[in-house]
Write a protein that binds this ligand. Structure first.
Ligand code: TYD
Length: 206
């Protein structure tokens, strides 16, 4: 299961709280970009304003390492996995950064992931107005190129297009609601979906 949203939507805070709220399920808490040397290379590419294609390919390389080192082993043990950002982040952010560079960034991004990635059962999308997100990230004073108003507005629209394509995979939560309310809605939905998927696996085995 994954958490998505524009910068400043509150995913990272929510993920930390979920780790505690769902601790009885012993979840694997992880994120993209990850903590391997490839994840470090991604952060460097962001910092140093690397070529957009190079940057996109590094995010994808980071995803491959993430799948191999964390996601696949955890899923094969039947663990609950909670990733702060995942494939959708590429589909929505790199669709913007590759606009004008590739003829059809979304199709390209999908094609590069095809055949080896694993799509999440559930994606929690935290939505906040771009102005609110900017005020929040402004406080953090990071000046990443992804955090500009025009970029975040398009990223938000891209997320909503993904929801339109596959509404059953998404739970949209208003990120301006009180944090304990967001935590309960997200936590109980994840718990329910996880228990359902365990039941399904059990039925298949019998
Ligand atoms: P992240 O570390 O999640 O930052 P934050 O905690 O501020 O959300 O991600 C760093 C930036 O990288 C963020 O602006 C989103 C962007 N990003 C992409 O553009 N593509 C991707 O595939 C991922 C995982 C992140």
């Amino acid at each position: 299961m994954t958490l998505e949203g524009i910068d400043g939507s509150g995913k990272t805070t929510l993920q930390k709280a979920l780790g505690v709220y769902l601790s009885d399920l012993n979840p694997v808490i992880t994120c993209e970009p990850g903590s391997t040397w490839i994840g470090e290379a991604v952060r460097r590419a962001i910092r140093e304003h690397a070529d957009p294609v190079a940057e996109a390919l590094l995010f994808i390389a980071d995803h491959a390492a993430h799948l191999r080192e964390i996601i696949r082993p955890a899923l094969s043990e039947g663990r609950l996995v909670l990733s702060d950002r995942y494939v959708d982040s590429r589909l929505v952010y790199q669709q913007v950064t590759l606009d004008g560079i590739l003829p059809d960034p979304l199709s390209w991004l999908r094609a590069v992931h095809e055949g080896w990635t694993i799509m999440p059962d559930l994606t929690i999308l935290l939505t906040v107005p771009v102005q609110v997100a900017l005020e929040r990230t402004g406080k953090r004073e990071s000046g990443e190129h992804f955090e500009q108003e025009s970029v975040l507005t398009r990223v938000h629209e891209n997320y909503m297009d993904l929801v339109d394509e596959d509404p059953a995979r998404f739970l949209i939560i208003d990120g301006t609601m009180p944090p304990d309310h967001i935590l309960r809605v997200a936590g109980e939905t994840i718990r329910f979906r996880y228990n359902e998927s365990k039941k399904k696996i059990k039925r298949k085995k019998n």
